[in-house]
Design a protein around this ligand. Sequence first.
Ligand SMILES: [Zn+2]
Length: 109
Amino acid sequence: MTTRHCLHCPNPAAHQRRVCNPCRNRLYRSNRRNRRRPYQPRRDPEPFNIDTAVNTRRPLPGMTSEERAAAGVQLTAHGLSARQIADIFSVTTRTVARWRAAARTTQAA
Ligand SMILES: [Zn+2]
């Protein structure tokens, strides 16, 4: 029997499932799974979500906008262009420019 890898991250999937338990919980809490569930934004960004998105260069489902912005800024440091980052997160290049500008001002302050 071979262990399956999670669809969304490098972790092994849970037994007889296509996703790992952290990803299952993330999907369950995100408003992507069931629109009738009220959206509860998670306040503090989780480093695991940012690191995984940067390492796999794919967005995790249910990432907060803060996490996407942080991952975009880190991918900039990895040498990716605004076009490439925009394609990864399905945003416009203008949004990536906004993330970069916000990171610059918080670093300067
Ligand atoms: Zn996973």
